[in-house]
Every structure is written in C-alpha cells, then in structure tokens.
Design a protein around this ligand. Structure first.
Ligand SMILES: O=C(O)C(=O)C[C@H](O)[C@@H](O)CO
Length: 255
C-alpha cells in the first residue's frame, strides 16, 4: 500500500481550478466546519495564525477522508520544520518568502527522502506512514508531496523565471499583501503598480509547468486573478468571514 494519493497535486497537474480558503483559527473544530463547504484546499496557516505542530496535526487528522486538502503553511522554509510537518502527515506545503532558485532547490530537497533529498527517515513512528501501516511509505512518499512556494517580494519577482525552472516545485503562490508592502505600497495590493506585477507574475507562472496561486477575499478581484491565469485560488479567510459577519450582525441592532 503506497503513500496516500495527493488528489490536490493530481488536480493541479490536470490543470483543474482549485478553490481554497485560509483556516486561521488554529482549531480542528473550525477547520472541520470549513471542510463542510467543500473547498478544494484549506491553508492551515502556521505563519500568521497561532498554529503549532500539534494543532497542525489535529487539523490534518480532521481533514482525513474529506474533500479539502490541508495545505500546511510553515512560518519559514527550513528543513527541520518541513521534516516535522511531513512526518505528522502534511502532503502539501506552502512556504512563504521564497526569493531565489537556490532557496527553492533546498526546499525540494527538504521535502524528499534520499537520494533525491535530505528528509530524515523517521517514518517508522510517523503519522505520515500511519505508524508503519504503510510499509512502503518511504519508497512512495516523494511523489505525493506537493511543494508550493510563495513569491511575494521584489527580489522574488526578479528571480521568478529561475524559480520556475526548479524541478520539484509544483506551484508558485503570489502573496499580494507582502508583495504590495515590499513594492512600497503597504496595504495596497489593488494599486495599479502592484496589480501589474501580479498580472505579469501569474502569466509567467501559468506559462510554466507549475500552477499559479493567489488569494483574494474580494470576489471581483479573485475572478480577475482567475482570468489572469491563477489556478489554485484562495477566495476567503475564515477569521475575516467571522469578524465581518459578527460586526454586520451587531450593526443591525446597534446601528
Ligand atoms: O502576502 C500575502 O498576501 C499572503 O501571503 C497571504 C497572507 O499572508 C494571508 O494571511 C492573508 O492576508
């Protein structure tokens, strides 16, 4: 029995649109609620949400067998964080602040067992192998790992073509908020100068062998990103949804 098939990775390879949502409550109960909406992917955010390895694992457990792929975003891309996330069962990783092809190559190696990479061989006691219940996990795991890197700085955009040449990177996500800030327009991802960089970036990614991804909570902007070539498209943030719904509800009564 091989490593579980990564249906999200397979969908990206087919060119299928994949709609996602940020899961920022760092709680399996909230992530389970999101999974009832049938999003194709849910970002278990370890960068900007109060997640730790156990809360990440609990959310992956709750998503087992559900349609939504748990996409684990780490706070930064380094090999020991990647090793731990993969061993608790993550099969799709989103790594922020990738700026060079060398960085991307290092991330690919961190995601793969030798000889392709440097991932430590601790599968015997890892949830990823279902505690050795998948006897050939080590031999089959590499192919089911989906590595998504975030390009979200001026330097990353300058190196985008080189990053797109890195084998083993499955998708490139453009981070509109961080990119806007680094371009000198903090909080203004809708500024024309930022939109132009995003549009060109999505086009370059879509023209490569990798999938283009991005996030927009405004549906009009999200539809535009899709028209520009975004394939894995996050269209909501759970924390933002709840905060807005709560305030709108109260505004109905307090005015
Ligand atoms: O730069 C961005 O935008 C992202 O990477 C997404 C944000 O981190 C996410 O938290 C929504 O603001």
């Amino acid at each position: 029995m091989p490593a579980p098939q990564n249906t999200f990775k397979a969908a990206l390879k087919r060119g299928d649109m994949q709609y996602g949502c940020w899961a920022g409550f760092a709680d399996p109960y909230a992530t389970e609620i999101l999974a009832t909406a049938n999003f194709d992917w849910l970002v278990i955010d370890g960068e900007h949400a109060p997640n730790d390895l156990r809360t990440i694992m609990h959310q992956l457990q709750i998503l087992d067998g559900k349609h939504s792929e748990g996409v684990v975003r780490l706070p930064i891309g380094n090999d020991w964080l990647i090793k731990q996330a993969l061993d608790v069962g993550a099969q799709t990783l989103l790594i922020p602040m990738v700026e060079t092809a060398e960085q991307a190559r290092d991330l690919v190696r961190a995601c793969r067992y030798p000889p392709e990479g440097i991932r430590g061989s601790g599968a015997a006691l890892a949830r990823a192998s279902r505690f050795s219940d998948i006897p050939d996990y080590i031999q089959t795991a590499n192919d089911q790992i989906c590595l998504l890197v975030q390009v979200e700085t001026r330097k990353g955009v300058e190196n985008l073509d080189a990053i797109l040449d890195v084998d083993g990177v499955d998708g490139v996500f453009i981070g509109p908020s961080d990119l806007a800030a680094d371009l000198g327009y903090p909080g203004q991802s809708g500024h024309e100068a930022v939109r132009n960089v995003i549009k060109d970036g999505i086009a370059a990614i879509a023209a490569s062998d990798k999938a283009a991804g991005i996030l927009a909570v405004d549906h009009g902007v999200a539809a535009e990103y899709r028209d520009w070539g975004a394939q894995f498209l996050a269209v909501g943030i759970d924390v933002v949804m709840l905060a807005k719904a709560a305030r709108d509800t109260m505004a109905q009564w307090k005015g």
